[in-house]
Design a protein around this ligand. Structure first.
Ligand code: SF4
Length: 166
């Protein structure tokens, strides 16, 4: 998932705005509410949930008097936060991304992907020649052996040089 909600320019990021489920609003770091609707519409269709993303806006007048406006919320007169459908799941994914386990898993996946890319692009294994699951298993086993031998061969001169230096 590509997460662009974190700001690096010193302005407030999405996690700085606290979600208040009960009141259906966000609370900004200065303690002011960002709401989707501020009026009581007589027509219920105006506030109907269409299932799409929702925009929660701050009040322009409040923001103009805010001491953080110039530096932390400089872009819009009334900053807003969008809330997508299934935002809880998205938030859970964002939290998972910040954990050490996720970073370790990502690095491991990258390593595996690199090996497959190497098999395909350097060793020319673009398609399997043997048929059936057993054929595929044998072919991958042989390819992995070739890959490991190639790695060992690359390590060899380094070991020899280290022995000579010792
Ligand atoms: S500028 Fe508005 S949204 Fe931003 S912190 Fe101040 S009051 Fe909150």
């Amino acid at each position: 998932m590509i997460d662009k909600s974190e700001r690096t320019d010193g302005t407030f990021s999405r996690p700085d705005f606290e979600w208040d489920e009960k009141s259906d609003q966000y609370i900004c770091p200065e303690g002011h509410a960002l709401k989707q609707f501020r009026r009581n519409y007589s027509d219920p269709n105006r506030t109907r949930d269409t299932g799409g993303s929702k925009k929660y806006r701050a009040l322009k007048a409040t923001c103009q008097a805010c001491p953080s406006k110039e530096i932390r919320c400089p872009k819009a007169d009334a900053p807003y936060v969008t809330r997508e459908p299934h935002e809880e799941a998205r938030e859970f994914a964002r939290e998972c991304r910040r954990t050490k386990t996720c970073k370790v898993s990502r690095d491991k996946r990258k390593k595996v992907e690199m090996l497959f890319a190497h098999l395909k692009r350097i060793l020319g294994l673009t398609r399997l020649r043997l048929r059936g699951p057993n054929g595929a298993k044998d072919e991958f086993l042989l390819a992995a052996i070739a890959q490991n031998l190639r790695k060992l061969a690359k390590l060899r001169p380094r070991c020899a040089m280290q022995e000579a230096a010792a």
